[in-house]
Design a protein around this ligand. Structure first.
Ligand code: G6P
Length: 621
């Protein structure tokens, strides 16, 4: 999704902005641009459709054609993911008004149409289809009656409905970069004699590790020497400077061809990091979820999980665990549905949001909705998230950070795996706090989790055989994924991964539902991927497989060493793992599915890390 980077420095800002934009590429975008104030205090801007490399080419072409240096000490830059208006150069940010104001914007100005109508009457001319252009015009308009750019932005944002993170510069106030945040994240990077802004810290790691996280409604006036922040009421406020634990090279590719591949192979370590400090010998430390966690968990009568995409699938796995293992009701719903209906929320619910980014607009909105009835219904909120200081973590009573490290590939892999580990810890923590789990059971779960990095490592060793199997997907339009029990949400996740990165249509079904519809699809042209752990449902699953086999389906089965699925004819069986338990099985069986999608995408030549039309952090509805 859209990304912002900007800065005021004593050196040419352009290389810093370009590096920042490259580091934001993972969020997903279709166009980009940079605007700066040059030595003559004029705005110069270059925008381009496509990748940052295309922007670099456009900058070089601009320098030649305009005989310009295209450098300056103050500038703003943006990667755009189209919402209002097609991906095109004229819709790319920064947007400029009368050569006096340049603006980058993340979020959506919901009342842009009425503002646009007013601005047209006032004589402003529009050159894009975006909602953002009204921001540039509004700031320009208020600048005519303001002493400073800050004052103009403060007046302008009062007229906006919706969400924004903004970076604004103007030659009329040429020392200041103004940043504003409401509903979309924005951080300030603190350098020595230089300051920066970005939509996430990863953009600025090469220049600083010290950050101020702006709060809702904050507006900051930034110069080389100072950062002054005003809250929504216009009062000067102090916000703490926090040091990021991330280093610049923690988001580098290393020996891997794609971030997705790197992140798949980082999973054993990611699980170790998620578990670190959260278990002691055979026990889960309930306080890993927060100091009041034990008190809160004792009162919980049911769990409501809200999430989107891959995070939703981790919630679905947890539903099986909560209900099967500790008998606690657990409801799971996608945030975009939940927020627009009138859900019945029962008293003493633990409301769990799961999100790798912590910024997903729908998930945040669902949380805000439930917070309105929090007191009355004795609801506690918990967020399972991979990004510290993200919006969701700041809005929740309890926080569990998954510590997976930065995930750059748009298709989530290690974030999902560590969400499942977090949910297994939550199951155990709630189970023990409520007396619903025996010590013996807890010990078994903890031992299983400790074995998990090794199990994932072993599953990864099947890469070569999976790579071979991927070939049979290359010319297919459609695929089916089957599973039963917790393997059904894992099948859903496998199908989503394949869709996301290889653009092959894929559907997941609980294997028992086959005969109620999808069996009609089966012929020799459709690959059917099945997950067959050695569990209570194995015999039933084998019967389902026979139904597919009899109709000529091309089958790939990932089984446990002891599952003994018959591998003759059109059935190819991979012994993907051994000795997995109820908790470790779904986490381990997901690994071969990730590898399968990755290798299918490689064969198809798609953009693995930044699939078309998708974004890593979906900060708009
Ligand atoms: C986007 C990403 C997915 C992710 C989903 C939910 O669609 O591309 O990988 O699963 O958002 O994001 P969240 O950050 O809330 O987990």
């Amino acid at each position: 999704m859209c990304g912002i980077v900007g800065g005021v420095a004593e050196r040419n800002i352009v290389p810093i902005l370009l590096e920042g934009l490259k580091r934001l590429e993972y969020r997903g975008y279709d166009s980009s641009g940079i605007a700066l104030l040059n030595a003559n205090q004029e705005i110069e801007r270059v925008r381009s459709l496509g990748k940052i490399s295309a922007l670099e080419t456009s900058i070089e072409a601009y320098k030649r054609s305009e005989s310009a240096l295209f450098n300056g000490f103050i500038g703003i830059a943006h990667t755009r993911w189209a919402t209002h208006g097609v991906p095109a150069e004229n819709n790319a940010h920064p947007h400029i008004c009368n050569n006096q104001v340049a603006v980058v914007h993340n979020g959506i100005i919901e009342n842009y149409q009425s503002l646009k109508a007013e601005q047209i009457v006032e004589g402003y001319r529009f050159t894009s289809e975006t909602d953002t252009e009204v921001v540039a015009h509004a700031v320009h308009k208020f600048l005519q009656s303001s002493k400073t750019l800050l004052e103009a932005v403060q007046k302008a944002v009062k007229t906006f409905d919706g969400a924004y993170a903004l970076g604004v510069v103007s030659p009329q106030d040429n020392h200041h970069l103004i940043a504003a945040r409401k509903g979309s994240p924005l951080v300030i990077g603190i350098g020595i004699g230089e300051h920066f802004i970005a939509s996430d810290v990863s953009a600025l790691l090469p220049v600083t590790q010290n950050f101020i996280f702006l709060e809702e409604g904050d507006i900051a006036e930034i110069t080389r020497e100072s950062v002054v922040i005003y809250d929504i009421a216009g009062n000067k406020v102090e916000r703490p400077v926090k040091q990021s634990q991330l280093s610049a090279n923690s988001v580098e590719l290393g020996e891997h061809r794609h971030y997705m591949h790197k992140e798949i192979f980082e999973q054993p370590q990611a699980v170790i990091d998620t578990l670190e400090g959260r278990i002691s010998q055979d026990h889960v430390l309930v306080s890993s979820f927060g100091h009041q966690a034990e008190e809160i968990f004792k009162q919980v009568n049911q769990i409501q999980i809200i999430a989107c995409g891959t995070s939703y699938h981790s919630g679905l796995v947890a539903k099986y665990w909560f209900e099967d293992i500790i008998g606690l009701p657990c409801f799971v719903e996608v945030a975009s549905e939940y927020r627009y209906r009138n859900p019945v929320v029962l008293n003493n619910t633990l409301f769990v949001t799961i999100s790798q980014s912590g910024e997903t607009a729908d998930t945040l909105a669902a949380l805000q909705q439930v917070k309105k009835i929090k007191q009355e219904k004795n609801i506690a909120t918990l967020c399972i998230c991979n990004v510290p200081e993200s919006s969701l973590t700041r809005e929740s009573d309890l926080i569990f950070l998954t510590h997976a490290g930065p995930e750059i590939g748009v298709a989530s892999t290690k974030a999902f795996t560590t969400q499942l580990v977090a949910l297994a810890l939550l199951l155990t923590a709630v189970g023990r706090s409520k007396g619903l789990m025996t010590e013996k059971r807890e010990n078994i779960i903890v031992k299983g989790l400790q074995k998990l990095p090794g199990l994932i490592q072993k599953a990864l060793e099947h890469e070569d055989v999976i790579k071979e199997m991927a070939k049979c997907f290359a010319d297919r339009d459609s695929a089916l994924f089957l599973g039963r029990g917790t393997m059904y949400p894992i099948a859903m996740e496998g199908a989503l991964k394949l869709k996301e990165i290889s653009y092959i249509h894929a559907e997941a079904y609980p294997a028992g539902e086959l005969k109620h519809g999808p069996l009609a699809l089966i012929d020799e042209a459709i690959p059917v991927v099945t997950i067959a752990p050695n569990d209570d449902l194995l015999e039933k699953l084998k019967s389902n497989l026979q139904e597919v086999k009899a109709r000529g389906g091309q089958m790939i089965v990932f089984e446990d060493e002891k599952s003994n699925v018959d591998s003759e004819g059109n059935m190819r069986v991979v012994k993907a793992t051994s000795n997995v338990g109820r908790i470790t099985a779904p986490i381990t069986f997901n690994i071969p599915l990730q590898l399968l999608s990755y290798h299918v995408a490689l064969i198809k030549g798609t953009d693995v890390d930044q699939p078309r039309n998708l974004a890593k952090s979906v900060t708009v509805e």
